[in-house]
Design a protein around this ligand. Structure first.
Ligand SMILES: C[S@@+](CC[C@H](N)C(=O)[O-])C[C@H]1O[C@@H](n2cnc3c(N)ncnc32)[C@H](O)[C@@H]1O
Length: 196
């Protein structure tokens, strides 16, 4: 709850802490696919969900932040915006062509098995977030030592998928546009009969 209140406050008082541009990796992957059904986990103020919807995707975005959901709803974008945490949302089975987890970290790992089940065969998971080393930068507001993916955590949690791309690098983060340790992953659910 404290986490949700924090995001409500951030979105109400610092609406442009994140870039308003959609995530570059998500854009690249989505442009290579035919439009289908997409789920944005932890959509925040909806920069990614709104972009996908504008390109013709049927998008559902979930976030426990009521303020984030409100901003998406009032934007007029055709996004099914739900005030729901990843843990309480029923992702379904083989329901999504594309699942995005952009700067959501622990919430995504906690539901990894359900994310894998929820992808359609051939469907793609796109993830970008901080590496845990970001805590070493001592940035104000990043406290508790818990933010970011531990080394190879994404690989371990999503190993049943085919990891098409994985990067552990220093790059410009979408958050505050700071240079930071970033992890990126594109992983596809194998279709039945695919080579192991
Ligand atoms: C760093 S923001 C990223 C927002 C958005 N994905 C983006 O890239 O602009 C993290 C978001 O995750 C949401 N979040 C936190 N815990 C969550 C959970 N358990 N399930 C789903 N979303 C969660 C927060 O409310 C917040 O909006």
């Amino acid at each position: 709850m404290a986490e949700t209140e924090r995001w409500d406050r951030v979105y109400a008082s610092e609406p442009h802490l994140y870039t308003t541009e959609p995530n570059a990796l998500l854009v690249q992957v989505a442009k290579s696919m035919a439009c289908g059904q997409a789920l944005d986990i932890g959509m925040g103020q909806g920069r990614n969900a709104v972009w996908l919807a504008a390109r013709g995707w049927d998008v559902t975005g979930i976030d426990p932040s009521g303020e984030g959901v409100r901003q998406v709803e009032t934007s007029g974008a055709r996004v099914h915006a739900l005030q729901r945490s990843a843990e309480e949302f029923d992702l379904g089975v083989e329901a999504w062509d594309l699942i995005a987890g952009i700067y959501v970290h622990g919430a995504l790992l906690r539901i990894a098995e359900r994310v894998i089940a929820a992808l359609r065969p051939g469907g793609v998971l796109v993830v970008e977030g901080f590496h845990r080393d970001v805590m070493k930068l001592g940035i104000e507001g990043m406290t508790g030592g818990q933010l970011g993916y531990k080394t190879n955590a994404l690989l371990r949690h999503f190993l049943p998928l085919r990891i098409e791309r994985y990067e552990d690098c220093i790059a410009l983060a979408d958050w505050r546009r700071i240079e930071a340790p970033i992890v990126r992953m594109v992983a596809r659910k194998p279709v039945s009969g695919a080579t192991e």
